[in-house]
Design a protein around this ligand. Structure first.
Ligand SMILES: [Zn+2]
Length: 149
């Protein structure tokens, strides 16, 4: 990767960081507004509120997941910015080969090259699929199965 690409990546990461931080703030202030509304003691909408409770919960959960996810992205962005400073940016953490510029343009905070990322996703799929069948075995049988692999 040349200096110009590194500069571009840095600029994009900083902009992305601003975007994500802004979104988290927006979600948080929305949350504040919502809890303020809840605390007004206005009973006229009470029965409606109860009926709607399930939806409310799901909405809160959804927001929580979003904030969590944004937090993860922020962490990835910071890690990538550190790597730029250290001179290790754009190198796959798994195979140490350069991550393709096309991939970095799409995901500027990518830690792995496309090949390793695909391998990881493939492994995750296996893990998910194997999780339930394993429940049927005793711990000893599970050990055996792991050993075979
Ligand atoms: Zn790799």
């Amino acid at each position: 990767m040349d200096k110009k690409q590194l500069q571009t990546a840095k600029k994009r990461l900083i902009e992305l960081r601003k975007d994500v931080t802004g979104q988290v703030d927006a979600i948080k202030s929305e949350e504040r507004d919502a809890s303020m509304k809840d605390g007004t003691g206005d009973l006229s909408g009470y029965s409606f509120h109860l009926a709607d409770h399930g939806t409310d919960c799901n909405d809160k959960e959804r927001r929580f997941i979003t904030v969590e996810r944004e937090g993860e992205i922020l962490y990835e962005i910071d890690t990538a910015l550190d790597k730029i400073e250290e001179g290790t940016y754009g190198i796959c953490e798994v195979c140490s080969r350069p991550i393709g510029w096309n991939r970095l343009e799409a995901v500027p905070y990518a830690r792995m090259c496309i090949k390793c990322k695909q391998d990881e996703e493939e492994q995750m799929k296996h893990r998910e699929r194997d999780f339930f069948p394993f429940q049927k075995h005793s711990p000893d049988e599970m050990k055996e199965i792991e050993f075979e692999e």
